[in-house]
Every structure is written in structure tokens, then in C-alpha cells.
Design a protein around this ligand. Structure first.
Ligand SMILES: NC(=O)c1ccc[n+]([C@@H]2O[C@H](COP(=O)([O-])OP(=O)(O)OC[C@H]3O[C@@H](n4cnc5c(N)ncnc54)[C@H](O)[C@@H]3O)[C@@H](O)[C@H]2O)c1
Length: 360
């Protein structure tokens, strides 16, 4: 059995700059602010187009100041502030246009509603010289930091097989803004796994995908179930399979990421998806070929996807903005590749599979 300590958390920036929020919705309530509280990051102000929502969030999280417009918030912003933007994908461009050149900006995923919007956002970030990252926080979930540490140390060898399997009941009603959208499941959910797997094995060359609706989610026509194959040639095999309409109780729900290598394998059960947003317990398991007779081992992981992963995306931007590193893992320059894979997945759905001969 391994006698080494596996990394589970990111390092805290030396002097965390203050944060100003634009958009104070569900994800800020459930994950951003709980994460910042744990990390000791200061939120000094916020704005939401819905004043009653802003007031509720101010009272609940003691936000020192709520502004009545982005303009007003920007006028009051200290020079080293990080803007934490958490609005629906189609509202991002208008928000970014109003931020000062040279700002540090963390943008909630997705990076716009399609690749064309993502490209416009990328150009704007370049023109305005932003230090800009997209909030692909799953990369920084403690169980993923642990998996990455094991993989980087070569403990499971060369990676041959990666899989995300999600079979859950997702409360889509929490995101009413998704109802009319043409793209839902891949763009707003599976995008996390596309981005995560890219962060381990780079960009796939091709994608095969199919995303479909489910009669039980009749409000949503942009897909609630997807099958995505990221094509890396012979190796690794990389698959994402999601069914958000598993209506048969928690017993047979599944939500895991699995990495199989030449020397071992890791299976991470992500409880968050199984009882969103409160979650069920996670589990981190691994097995090494050298120790096969010992079977699968479990490592206790401190923290989860919600909220601890959200420390990571904010901390990485703070490190970068503070000049403590030149690496910004989820920068818009990187995130555009995740958006390109998502676009290709929708294109693949539209193009359809290979027709099957049916008459002789
Ligand atoms: N794990 C994750 O990364 C994760 C999870 C959930 C949601 N999200 C993302 O976060 C974003 C917001 O999702 P949510 O769950 O908080 O949705 P939500 O509907 O609960 O909140 C969105 C908030 O943004 C506000 N808003 C809309 N346009 C605005 C604008 N122009 N300026 C200021 N405020 C504006 C709304 O009034 C609302 O309060 C979405 O893009 C979603 O993809 C990410």
C-alpha cells in the first residue's frame, strides 16, 4: 500500500486581493461564497440585476456594499480587485465590456453559449488585456487534485482509459434560464468533464456525440442526456455518459470518474451530482497492479467539489494576478479549446451517426 502523502489542496495566495461579484445567483450562494469563507478571501461588493436577490445575498453573506449598476461598482473598485462574474452565458459579453482594461476576471462557465460567442469573448479579453480565467473548478476539486498528483507521480502509469458516468436525477428547475436554450446538457454540464479530461490528456482530435431530451424534462429541449466520445486515436479511450433523468431513487445512481493506467486505476465517486446541490458522500478509490491482492484502497479526502473546488479557480487567478506564477490553468486561452470540443459535440449530434444497412 502507498506510504506517500497525496496532495489534496491548492496553495493559498500570499496576499489574496479583494473580490467584487457580478451576478449573485444560486452558484454564488451554494459554492463561491462558502469556498471564499473557507479560504479567507474577502468579498467587498456585488451587483445583480435583481435587487431583491442582491439584498438577500448581502444579508446572508454580509457583503459590505451592493451597487445599483456595474458602472457604479467599477467606479468603486480597488486597482487590484478580482471581478467574479457569475451570470448566464449569454450575459457575459455585456458584463466584460464594462470592466476596466487590465482587470483580473473570473468568468463562470460556459464561455458563452457557443464557439462563436466564445471567440468574441476571447478577442475582447485580449483587447482589454484581462487576466481572465473561466471557472472550470472541477479541475481543483480535492479528489481531482489527489488523482492528478497520483497520475503525475506515475503511480498508475500511462493512461489508457478515462470515463465519466453520470446517472442521476438533476433538478433542472433550479436553472429556469436553461429552459428555452437550444444547448443545455453538454454546454452546461458535460462541459465540466470535457474540460477535466482535456486537463489530463490534452485536446482530442475528433469527437463523436449524441445529446437528447427526456420526456420527464419536458421544459428542456436542449438535451438532458449525452454520450460523448473524445477521440485520441488508439489511446486513451475517453468517454462521457450522462443521464440526468434516472428517476428510480438513489440506490442505482452513479456519478464517477475513472482513470485506468498501465500500472493501476483510480475511481472517484462525486456525490454532488447525486443529490444536487447538497450532495452525497464522495469516495476516492485506487488499485495498483503491483498490489492487486490488496484490492481497491480508499483515501480519505478533505473537502469536495462544492464548495472547496471553487477555492482553486479563484486562487489560481489570484496567484497569476499577483505575479506569483505565469501559469493560469483555466485561462480563456485554454478554455476556448473546451468550447471548441463542445461545439464539435453539437455538430456531431447534428451530423448523426453512420447509417446502417437495413434492406437486402
Ligand atoms: N459548477 C459550476 O461551475 C456551476 C454550477 C451552477 C451554475 N454555474 C454557472 O453559473 C452561472 C449562473 O448560474 P446560477 O446557478 O447562479 O444561476 P441563477 O439563475 O441562480 O443566477 C444567475 C444570477 O445572475 C443574475 N444576472 C443575470 N444577468 C445579469 C447581469 N447582466 N448582471 C448581473 N447579474 C445578472 C441573475 O439575476 C441571477 O441572480 C451559469 O452560467 C451557470 O453555468 C456553474
Amino acid at each position: 500500500m502507498m506510504d506517500i502523502v497525496i496532495k489534496q489542496r491548492v496553495t493559498r495566495p500570499k496576499n489574496p486581493p479583494p473580490i467584487m461579484s457580478i451576478g449573485l445567483g444560486g452558484i454564488v450562494h451554494d459554492a463561491h461564497y462558502p469556498a471564499y469563507k473557507i479560504a479567507g478571501f474577502d468579498v467587498i461588493g456585488g451587483f445583480d440585476i435583481d435587487p431583491s436577490r442582491a439584498k438577500m445575498m448581502q444579508e446572508k453573506f454580509s457583503i459590505p456594499k451592493i451597487y445599483s449598476s456595474i458602472k457604479e461598482l467599477v467606479q468603486d473598485a480597488p486597482h487590484d480587485v478580482v471581478f467574479d462574474v457569475a451570470v448566464p452565458g449569454d450575459a457575459i459579453l455585456d458584463v466584460l465590456r464594462q470592466l476596466p482594461d487590465g482587470s483580473a476576471v473570473l468568468i463562470q462557465k460556459p464561455m458563452g453559449e457557443n464557439l462563436t460567442q466564445a471567440e468574441v469573448l476571447l478577442l475582447l479579453c485580449r483587447q482589454k488585456n484581462f487576466a481572465a480565467a473561466v471557472n472550470f473548478q472541477l479541475r481543483f476539486a480535492p479528489f481531482i487534485i489527489a488523482a492528478r498528483d497520483m497520475i503525475d507521480r506515475g503511480l498508475i502509469g500511462n493512461i489508457y482509459d478515462i470515463e465519466a458516468r453520470i446517472q442521476v436525477t438533476t433538478p433542472w428547475h433550479l436553472w429556469k434560464f436553461l429552459f428555452p436554450l437550444p444547448r443545455v446538457e453538454i454546454l452546461y454540464h458535460s462541459i465540466h468533464y470535457v474540460d477535466l479530461f482535456r486537463s489530463f490528456v490534452g485536446n482530442p482530435t475528433r469527437v463523436y456525440a449524441k445529446t437528447i431530451n427526456h420526456p420527464a424534462s419536458s421544459n428542456i429541449t436542449g438535451g438532458t442526456r449525452s454520450t460523448i466520445i473524445l477521440d485520441y486515436g488508439d489511446n486513451p479511450r475517453v468517454n462521457i455518459s450522462t443521464n440526468h433523468n434516472h428517476q428510480y431513487g438513489t440506490d442505482k445512481q452513479e456519478s464517477y470518474f475513472k482513470f485506468e493506467g498501465s500500472k493501476g486505476a483510480i475511481k472517484v465517486t462525486a456525490g454532488l451530482n447525486m443529490n444536487y446541490p447538497d450532495g452525497l458522500p464522495d469516495k476516492f478509490e485506487y488499485i495498483l497492479l503491483d498490489e492487486l491482492e490488496a484490492g481497491w484502497q480508499t483515501i480519505d479526502i478533505n473537502g469536495s467539489w462544492f464548495p472547496e473546488a471553487f477555492i482553486g479557480t479563484m486562487a489560481s487567478l489570484m496567484h497569476y494576478a499577483n505575479g506569483e506564477t505565469t501559469v493560469l490553468p483555466t485561462s480563456v486561452e485554454d478554455a476556448i479549446h473546451t468550447m471548441a470540443v463542445v461545439e464539435a459535440a453539437y455538430q456531431s449530434t447534428q451530423d448523426g451517426g453512420t447509417a446502417i444497412k437495413s434492406s437486402w
